[in-house]
Ligand binder design. Structure first.
Ligand code: ZN
Length: 247
């Protein structure tokens, strides 16, 4: 039996049987990992008492022992539980959206220590009680870069013309913005995305804005960035995440 130990963030809970649960973690050493927590639904489970959703800690599991190839969780402890996230719905929705994205966009056992650190960083920013919009955008931009889905936001994805318009159309199917000429006749585009929203995402993706607590984003820029990111994430995942409507 191979016991594995790693730092982990709890990203999903699911019922498995009358007494057990399957917990999904994003781990630093193994990427996304699902593990069976036996007896986890009992009221005073020693195991589950330490692994709340959105908590950061350390887990020990036995690698792939069950018939359906689930790992078996044997130990869990929490280092940080970010109580401030649960005290505010906007912060909670942002954190839940981030972990749902990680669950949907990463493969099992495909580690990215940088993505782990970015997710932990997001939870820590939100755990400080700051406005969630900028930290969530920053996380989403890094996630898109790290998974190879970052869209083209500075020049037309069709003809390559640099964007100098104050608003522009965004095509999820083509993975980027379209100039006025190339967007003519295109039906499934997000129209009128302000360049402020595109610039913000680009600068966050390139790591140019790091003091996320100091970024003030105008409400209309937040709304526009949210609209085209929701459209794009829904397109690349092939479905809408449960948290999208709450943001
Ligand atoms: Zn064009």
């Amino acid at each position: 039996m191979a016991y594995e130990k790693t730092n982990a963030i709890t990203i999903r809970y699911a019922d498995y049987s009358d007494t057990s649960r399957v917990l999904t973690f994003y781990t630093r050493r193994f990427g996304r990992v699902s593990a069976l927590a036996k007896g986890a639904k009992r009221r005073y489970s020693r195991l589950i008492g330490h692994v709340d959703l959105l908590s950061f800690g350390e887990i020990v599991f036995i690698s792939g022992r069950t018939r359906d190839r689930l790992h078996i969780l044997t130990e869990a402890c929490a280092f940080e539980t970010f109580p401030a996230i649960r005290k505010d719905l906007a912060r909670l929705y942002a954190a839940c959206h981030a972990v749902q994205l990680v669950n949907a966009m990463t493969a099992e056992d495909d580690p990215s220590p940088e993505l782990f650190d970015r997710l932990l960083g997001l939870l820590r920013w939100l755990g400080q009680g700051i406005e969630p919009a900028a930290p969530l955008f920053a996380f989403e931009a890094h996630l898109l870069v790290l998974t190879g889905f970052m869209p083209e936001l500075s020049s037309c994805v069709s003809c390559g013309k640099p964007n100098r318009q104050s608003t522009t159309a965004f095509s999820s199917a083509l993975g980027g913005i379209l100039c006025e000429r190339c967007s003519a006749g295109q039906t499934d585009v997000v129209p009128d995305v302000p360049s402020g929203a595109l610039n913000l995402l680009e600068r966050l993706a390139r790591g140019k804005l790091t003091r996320l607590d100091r970024i003030r984003v105008a409400p209309q820029v937040v709304a526009s960035a949210r609209t085209f990111l929701n459209h794009y994430e829904t397109y690349i995942l092939g479905r809408e995440l449960g948290t999208t409507k709450d943001l």
